[in-house]
Design a protein around this ligand. Structure first.
Ligand SMILES: Cc1ncc(COP(=O)(O)O)c(C=O)c1O
Length: 475
């Protein structure tokens, strides 16, 4: 089997005159009728929306195009099985953790995990045994989970779940983590949301390094439509049928065939031209890092100063030595149409992909150099970012807390109580405080500080003045 089954079927469906007596409600009329109801607003938005069911494939999926495309992706990345997702790596993380966790039982989870992993803990009812990556002593970012931390877990956990690449582009040694998890007789799941490209570099992907399940966003590092992701697995420690069940538990029953086809197309492009394109992009990123490292006071993350491997698509800058505020620099880049992946006071994270050519990368390097020079100030020490350092007291499981009876308190009066909700600064989307965790003076201060400088999501009171804490656990 080869080719692009979903792309081909999508093109056929798109070319066919159709006016179905079933969903989609837009009846594909925006494809060629400029006078259709609401065309002025809707046409360019939904013109290319072909559903998978009754569109790219028939209602019974009898051509099995999706399965064929998934098998091709699995073969391309060295997986035994994979599933395409339209709910992002968020859906993938929920499915993957659900596949290896059990209600009430301990599961080892990286506390710097994305909020979707925390959502999986609510859904499964598993009890998190938090593990923490090393934190860089000077720049205070996570610089990789170590196998020793997995080996040191005292409880008999059902699986180990880690994130690599991290949001700031640092990588864990997944081969060593796989060995550590397997020594305990349990599977390793890797949230590789930021690292879809790694699966196309020999030996760099999580599965190639021994992980049992990995989750990748096709829309982040590669070229898929927004929301596209893939969960992939190797047979042995995780049951395929159970992973499938968990994917279906949190999947729409009306997926977009357009989104799915963009995953198929991305895989085909990577197989056809990925090796050369990856080499080019990796070279451009290295050049950008080298040039930026020449700016006085600026530190550019690399293997030698971070002590861990770095995502070859990321350029992570530490600004304290330049005296420049990352917020200010980030804003300036936004205004120029070059919004960075993340910007906080001390750190700027840039994502470069295969779609960025040499002229753009060099121009971006020049712009950043100029912006820093224009804003230069006195060097300062880096301020630790709270989300990377949270070591919570887990009082009850996230699920128990989520479904508990709640009462509202002023945040400043809640120290000592158990939170029923999540406070999650964006970026990086890692909760400062999660349901089931004890509220401490430190977390209250961290929430207030995070709210002052950016968006803190998912808490019930957007002013952050109050918090819902557990009144009593549901029977
Ligand atoms: C580490 C990590 N995992 C998972 C996700 C969720 O990915 P998606 O946006 O594809 O749902 C994110 C989102 O930023 C993330 O940073």
């Amino acid at each position: 089997m080869s080719g692009t089954p979903l792309v081909d079927a999508w093109r056929r469906a798109r070319a066919e005159p159709r006016h179905p007596l079933q969903i989609p409600g837009h009846k594909n009329q925006f494809a060629n009728d400029e006078t259709a109801l609401g065309a002025d607003l809707l046409a360019e938005l939904v013109r290319d929306d072909i559903p998978q069911q009754g569109g790219v494939d028939d209602n019974a999926f009898s051509h099995r195009y999706l399965e064929q495309a998934e098998a091709l992706w699995a073969a391309a990345v060295g997986a035994d099985h994979c599933r395409f997702l339209v709910g992002g790596s968020s859906q993938g993380n929920i499915a993957a953790l659900s596949a290896v966790a059990r209600p009430g039982l301990p599961v080892a989870v990286d506390r710097t995990s994305h909020r979707s992993t925390h959502a999986a803990l609510v859904i499964t009812g598993a009890r998190p045994v938090w593990v923490h990556p090393r934190i860089h002593p000077e720049f205070h970012i996570p610089v990789g989970m170590t196998p020793g931390r997995i080996a040191a877990i005292e409880e008999p956990v059902s699986a180990v779940f880690v994130t690599s690449p991290s949001y700031v582009g640092t990588l864990s040694d997944v081969a060593a983590l796989s060995a550590a998890a397997h020594d305990r007789g349990v599977p390793l799941v890797v949230d590789q949301a930021w690292g879809a490209h790694l699966d196309f570099i020999a030996g760099r992907g999580a599965l190639a390094s021994g992980a049992d399940v990995s989750v990748t966003s096709v829309h982040k590092a590669l070229m898929g439509y927004s929301q596209t992701a893939v969960v992939s697995m190797r047979d042995g420690r995780v049951a395929r049928a159970h992973l499938d069940r968990c994917v279906d538990l949190v999947a729409t029953t009306s997926p977009s065939g357009t989104l799915f086809a963009s995953i198929d197309a991305t895989r085909a492009v990577m197989e056809r031209e990925g090796a050369a394109a990856l080499d080019t992009t990796i070279g451009l990123v290295q050049r950008m890092r080298r040039r930026l490292a020449g700016i006085a006071g600026l530190v550019v993350a690399d293997e030698s100063n971070m002590g861990c491997a770095i995502d070859p698509f990321k350029v992570t800058l530490f600004l304290p030595g330049t005296g420049v505020s990352g917020f200010d620099l980030g804003e300036a880049l936004w205004r120029l149409g070059h919004g960075p992946e993340a910007a906080d006071r001390d750190t700027l994270v840039l994502t470069v992909t295969l779609m960025d050519d040499a002229a753009f990368v060099d121009e971006a390097t020049r712009i950043i150099t100029t912006l820093i020079d224009q804003r230069r100030g006195d060097a300062r020490a880096a301020t630790p970012t709270s989300v990377w350092r949270i070591d919570p007291d887990v009082v009850v499981t996230p699920r128990e807390a989520f479904f508990a009876t709640r009462r509202r308190l002023r945040l400043v009066d809640a120290v000592g109580e158990v939170s029923a909700e999540q406070f999650c600064p964006y970026p990086p989307g890692v909760p400062l405080l999660a349901p089931g965790e004890r509220v401490t003076q430190e977390t209250v201060e961290a929430i207030v500080a995070a709210g002052r400088i950016g968006r803190v999501a998912y808490s019930s009171d957007p002013t952050l003045e109050t918090i819902e804490v557990i009144e009593s656990l549901s029977p």
